[in-house]
Write a protein that binds this ligand. Sequence first.
Ligand SMILES: Nc1ncnc2c1ncn2[C@@H]1O[C@H](COP(=O)(O)OP(=O)(O)OP(=O)(O)O)[C@@H](O)[C@H]1O
Ligand SMILES: [Mg+2]
Length: 251
Amino acid sequence: MNVKPDFNKNANQAATAPAFLSVYDLHAYYGESYIVQGVNFNVHEGEILALLGRNGAGKTSTLRAVARLADPQVTYGEIWLDHQPLHTMSAHQASMAGIGLVPEDRRIISGLTVEENLQLAQIAPPIGWSLDRLYDLFPRLGERRKQEGVTLSGGEQQMLAIARALARDIKVLLLDEPYEGLAPVIVDEIEKTLIHIKEQGITTVIVEQNAIRALELSDRAVILDTGQIVFDGSAAEVLKDEALRAEYLAI
Ligand SMILES: Nc1ncnc2c1ncn2[C@@H]1O[C@H](COP(=O)(O)OP(=O)(O)OP(=O)(O)O)[C@@H](O)[C@H]1O
Ligand SMILES: [Mg+2]
């Protein structure tokens, strides 16, 4: 299995990534704890990639490293988004460059309505989808635009968190456990919106404990185990391979 991306380096050229989003030999620490241990993966433009693995495998840490958050601290490696070197950027710069992270805890701002949460995301460029377009995709948010965001149901808060990412002009949506704690019918609803978002050309990386649901949605999958990639292939392959799922996903 070849998991190392085809990174082109030559004397005349800085490293350029062949894929839309490329993570190359990424190493990251929390203090002394070595967590992300040489991770490589590629995401192609417009596809959905499932980033899977057991609890503590390093999925959230990898997403946070790609989004350039302060923790974990990246000590080595390269991250390229559409020919831009994310590994040289701050979190703010990565957001400006087109990374939209939807964290597991959703981070809805209390004291603000649904609409104010969205408007806050649009306070500065690069501005993405208009409020009307966001409410077309998430009619429940339109109906509740004047309601305080934190009083929404879990599913609605997840929709708001995704809508807020789209309110910025993003190229890649990074979703950390978007289905967590949600009823299957709400997962269906969110899944439909993720398909629509893909049809609009946005690239997605989804981390999910509900691996089957994530795989059914995804084009490709990578599996992390103790901070290293142990599988890189099609989502269909993981769905078919029970032994692989039992070994690394415990499902
Ligand atoms: N802030 C932190 N400080 C120290 N160690 C951390 C911190 N955050 C995570 N870790 C450790 O890093 C490892 C990977 O954690 P991470 O949250 O990336 O895993 P994960 O794959 O997202 O797991 P889960 O499925 O439970 O969300 C774990 O051993 C975790 O205890
Ligand atoms: Mg996690």
